[in-house]
Structure formats: structure tokens, C-alpha cells
Design a protein. Structure first.
Lengths: 179, 102
């Protein structure tokens, strides 16, 4: 019966179209590992570089965790996204690119592939430019350093293991002892 | 006849200091008026951040830029932070008119 076949075909095509409509947004999201931000975008290479930079600022040691364990680069990106005005966000993203370019020019390699000594050399150079507003690479480094340290010193791991954080900082109160 | 609108003491704000002052004044027999513009804050249920630990705050206490921009007046208060901002009347709720600075 031709009518039935047509109906079957029509249902089939509707199913295909709706399935595509549902799946399409997921196919477009090519890189799910990149953090989704509200006010600016970064790619996965930049995110990896930032993670390495944070780890260079606060490396993991034998005794204690480092920046990567705390996902410090995620905190840096979040704070830049939520708590900084648009002009600072622009400075940060421009600085991120400048930082990459500088590293590429200096060592002919990406920061991720640089050796620890090369990384330190670059960061020592940038430290001198922290007060120079035109030095966007140094400004980017400055933001990253501040938020990495804040992430670390404000983390549960640091505050409980190193600072011995207590919700009530007083000594033990003994009601039976007269003051 | 004593004036209905005359008071021995008027306390502005029923916070920790104001509330206590009003109590002491009343106990000493003064006719006291306590003024409070904020909502009734119920014990426990209206303190959503009181049991949070410092690292549990999304921005470690800092106010996001968008909220700061929307609330230029209350943002000037030292206590307008992630842990206590729900206690503040937002600038939109109580628009603040300042013809000139004091």
C-alpha cells in the first residue's frame, strides 16, 4: 500500500531530522575539555599552557601538592571571568598570547615543552615587567600568579594541613575553670 | 499629655549593637523606639553561609564584577562580600539618591 509506505518514510525522516537536531549541538562542541567561560574564550592549548604556568609557580613537591592538583588554572580562569572588569579580561587574554609569542621567540618552543630551567628564566624576566602596564605578557603572569597563590593558600588542603585551620580559632574552652 | 511620638531614645538598626542597646534602654525604663528597615532574619534558616568553610566560597569571598557594578553603593561597605551579601538591600531594591557628597 503506497500510502503506508509514504507514512513510514515520513516518520523515518522526522526521526532522522529530530535525532540530528538533538545531537548536532554536541557534535559542534569539539573540545569539551576546555573550560566554558562567560566573558572570554581560550582554546585547549592555551588552557594547557596556563596549567603548566600555574604548576611552575607552585610546583608539586615531595611533601605537598602543587597547583595542578588544585586545578589552579581553572580558578585563575574563573576569577578572571567573574571578578575582573572587561578591560582586565582583555589585558589577560592579550597577555596570554604575548606570553606564548615571547616563549616561542625566546626558546623556539611552546611553554608546555620548555624545560624547567627555561621556564624559570622566562618567569624571572617577566617578574621585572610586573609594574609595566604595556608589558601584557608580564601582566598576564601577574594575574596568574596572584590567583594561583590565592587558590593555593585558600585551599582546604593547605588550610587544614599547613595552617591547621579551625572554624573557631580560640583555645579549648573549659567551663569548669574560672577565669 | 505625653506626646505619642516622643521618645527618650531612638535606636537605628536592630543589629548586634542596636538590638542590645534597645534592650538595655528598655530595661532601664526609657521609652525606646527601635527602627529597622531590613527583613526579619530568622535564626538558622536565614544564615545560609554560616556553616561554610572559607574554601567553599566560589570566589573565595570576593564579589563578582557584575554584582559589584550593579551595586555601587553597598559595594562600598566592607562587609559586602560573598559570605554576607544576602543581608544587604541591593541598590536596585532601595535606590540611593545622593544630590551631592557629604
Amino acid at each position: 500500500m503506497p500510502v503506508n509506505i509514504n507514512r513510514r518514510k515520513a516518520i523515518q525522516s522526522i526521526l532522522i531530522v529530530s535525532a540530528t537536531a538533538v545531537l548536532f549541538p554536541y557534535c559542534r562542541e569539539a573540545d569539551k575539555s576546555v573550560m566554558q567561560l562567560k566573558n572570554y574564550n581560550i582554546n585547549s592549548n592555551q588552557q594547557d599552557m596556563l596549567a603548566e604556568l600555574c604548576e611552575s609557580i607552585l610546583p608539586k613537591t615531595k611533601n605537598f601538592i602543587g597547583a595542578k592538583d588544585l586545578n589552579a588554572h581553572g580558578f585563575v580562569l574563573k576569577m578572571m571571568d567573574d571578578c575582573q572588569p572587561p578591560e582586565k579580561q582583555k589585558l589577560f587574554t592579550a597577555g596570554l598570547k604575548a606570553f606564548n609569542d615571547l616563549c616561542d621567540k625566546k626558546f623556539n618552543s611552546s611553554f608546555v615543552k620548555c624545560k624547567a630551567t627555561q621556564r624559570n628564566e622566562l618567569l624571572t624576566q617577566l617578574k621585572k615587567g610586573l609594574n609595566d602596564e604595556i608589558n601584557t605578557a608580564a601582566q598576564f603572569y601577574g594575574f596568574t600568579k596572584v590567583y594561583t597563590l590565592q587558590c593555593f593558600t585558600g585551599s582546604k588542603e593547605y588550610m587544614t594541613a599547613i595552617k591547621k585551620y579551625k572554624i573557631v580559632p580560640a583555645g579549648n574552652f573549659k567551663g569548669c575553670v574560672k577565669i | 499629655m505625653p506626646d505619642k511620638n516622643k521618645f527618650d531614645a531612638i535606636v537605628l538598626g536592630s543589629g548586634m549593637s542596636g538590638g542590645w542597646s534597645a534592650k538595655e534602654l528598655c530595661e532601664r525604663g526609657l521609652k525606646t523606639l527601635l527602627l529597622e528597615r531590613g527583613r526579619d532574619v530568622k535564626h538558622l534558616k536565614d544564615y545560609p553561609t554560616t556553616n561554610m568553610l572559607p574554601w567553599e566560597f566560589e570566589h573565595r569571598g570576593q564579589i563578582p564584577y557584575a554584582i559589584k557594578k550593579e551595586n555601587p553603593v553597598v559595594s562600598r561597605c566592607y562587609a559586602f562580600k560573598e559570605d554576607a551579601m544576602h543581608f544587604f538591600c541591593k541598590d536596585k531594591e532601595h535606590p540611593y539618591v545622593q544630590v551631592k557628597t557629604f
